[in-house]
Write a protein that binds this ligand. Structure first.
Ligand SMILES: Cc1cc2nc3c(=O)[nH]c(=O)nc-3n(C[C@H](O)[C@H](O)[C@H](O)COP(=O)(O)O)c2cc1C
Length: 178
């Protein structure tokens, strides 16, 4: 799939079929995450693959009222290990460590889409309880939970803000090229 198509056909999907995703595809998806840029090339991400149905249900219950998460066949839990980023970037560590993980997350979403696998970036959950459930060391942060699966239905694209309302030329507020 070419990159433009991959970016523009990705959707947040919130209902999945009961159909297994192969280990090879999951490995491929995670391999793409490794290639994301990161400040100082620190690569402060770790990924927990959750396939166990009971664990998926428990984690779904920690995502506020997002019961649909239960329908995922795999969850990728993205863990942010800030230790090295803090050592190297001090005040900027919070921002950089989060941005690094966000870049990895986007690679995951796009690679999944290229393989015909649907996903959603979930940011609403009880991080402390997710860590306890998965035995993640307390000093790490959970930066996302990504439910994956084969889409149970088509999803129309959500509205995007027009480029003309997002872009300035040369300085803030200047809408004309000259
Ligand atoms: C940081 C972040 C947190 C998000 N958290 C949630 C979430 O908890 N639950 C959810 O259903 N979608 C969540 N989303 C997905 C957005 O709702 C979705 O990307 C947005 O509506 C645009 O739709 P699209 O992804 O289909 O283009 C999150 C997205 C981001 C980037």
């Amino acid at each position: 799939m070419n990159i433009d198509r991959c970016i523009k056909t990705r959707r947040s999907i919130r209902k999945f079929l009961d159909k297994r995703i192969s280990d090879e595809k999951i490995a491929d998806i995670l391999d793409s995450a490794r290639y994301a840029p990161s400040a100082g090339n620190i690569q402060n991400w770790k990924f927990i693959i959750v396939r166990n149905k009971k664990t998926i249900e428990k984690l779904a219950n920690l995502c506020a009222d997002q019961v649909w998460v239960e329908t995922a066949t795999v969850l990728i839990v993205v863990c942010n290990d800030q230790s090295e980023v803090k050592r190297m970037y001090k005040k900027r560590a919070e921002l950089f460590s989060t941005q690094n993980c966000a870049a990895a997350i986007q690679n995951i979403l796009l690679k999944a889409n290229s393989l015909g696998i649907a996903s959603c970036w979930v940011g609403v959950y009880n991080g402390d309880r997710v860590k306890a459930e998965l035995k993640v060391p307390v000093e790490l942060k959970i930066d996302a939970i990504i439910p994956l699966g084969y889409a149970a239905r088509e999803q129309e694209p959500v509205k995007r803000i027009d480029l003309e309302n997002l872009v300035f030329f040369e300085e803030w507020g200047q809408k004309e090229k000259d």
